[in-house]
Design a protein around this ligand. Structure first.
Ligand code: AMP
Length: 294
């Protein structure tokens, strides 16, 4: 059995399958945490969540070219494998799956997954049209390659989590998909591998994305209408220098129109300089004074 303090690095599908096979034969429960590396406390919290529920934890690290549009940051995305491996050692991971693009998309690769439902909610899909096809294709492959009992994804990427739940349901993949809460910096900014792109000035403003959603939530407990609260938040963010892709309140399950009394989710995506940030916040519809979808 491997020393849980030193993860086994598996660069190929054959290697990760060979490592996981005896675990499965021994009846051990296996959890997968997919990532693109440049790990931070948000990723590590998902690993701890996995550890608490599984005998074996695999983390995958793969910067997936299929989910980046040509004008996006694929080439500049932070890559720091050794640092990631050192961090994973501190939280107790059994294996790290580190395929490269040739392993994941060998010459002649010709299959993608076509999506509707939460993947067509008019949020990330509107700003990044190829994103979810790339995500769904790679996540389906990872779930088939590693064959975990449990896979954990962050609520930070809320629409992505909904897309993956739908994918697993529709394709009958035998895995439980679980969300993990968003880890934040002290000022409320959601941790993200992309936060390193922010200049010092931008970093000082970036928390406004979260605090503006908190303000909307607090306003909803009072007399403000959702539309007016969102309008005020957008104006405040634009005034601070953000360029908003969307700031909306949606149904937390379908990502469609929020129906007033159901669980809702505020979702925001905005640019600060050259950096695109996303975040979201739960809204409990129950007990709110007379809010409707308007
Ligand atoms: P990424 O490496 O950015 O693709 O993220 C890998 C996983 O970590 C995804 O499931 C993300 O939703 C999750 N994640 C990213 N940031 C956070 C965060 N701040 N808190 C919790 N999970 C996160």
């Amino acid at each position: 059995m491997a020393d849980p303090a030193s993860p086994i690095c598996c660069p190929t599908v054959a290697a990760i399958r060979a490592v996981a096979a005896p675990w499965r034969e021994a009846g051990e429960r296996l959890a997968l945490v997919p990532t693109m590396g440049a790990l931070h406390e948000g990723h590590l919290s998902l690993v701890r969540q996995a550890r608490a529920q599984a005998d074996r934890v695999v983390v995958s690290i793969f910067v997936n070219p299929a989910q980046f549009a040509p004008n996006e940051d694929f080439s500049s995305y932070p890559r720091q494998l050794q640092r990631d491996l050192d961090l994973l050692e501190t939280v107790g991971v059994d294996a790290v799956f580190t395929p490269d693009a040739a392993v994941m998309y060998p010459a002649g690769f010709a299959t993608t997954i076509s999506l509707q439902g939460p993947a067509a909610a008019g949020l990330e899909d509107a700003s990044r049209p190829i994103f979810f096809n790339g995500v769904a294709t790679v996540v389906a492959k990872l779930l088939i390659q590693v064959a975990p009992d449990l896979a954990i994804f962050g609520e930070k990427d809320f629409q992505q989590l909904a897309v993956i739940k739908q994918l697993v349901l529709d394709l009958d993949l035998p895995v439980l998909v679980q969300g993990g809460p968003t880890m934040r910096e002290a000022d409320g900014l959601a941790m993200s591998s992309r936060n390193v792109y922010l200049s010092e000035t931008e970093r000082a403003l970036a928390h406004l994305l979260f605090t503006s959603m908190q303000k909307i939530k607090a306003g909803m407990a009072g007399a403000g209408t959702v539309a007016s609260l969102i309008e005020a938040a957008v104006a405040e963010l634009e005034q601070a220098g953000f360029r908003i892709d969307y700031l909306v309140l949606r149904d937390a399950v379908t990502l469609g129109q929020w129906q007033g009394q159901s669980a809702g989710r505020l979702l925001v995506a905005a640019w600060l300089g050259k950096t695109r940030l996303i975040d979201n916040l739960a809204i409990d519809g129950r007990g709110l004074p007379g809010h409707s979808k308007e």
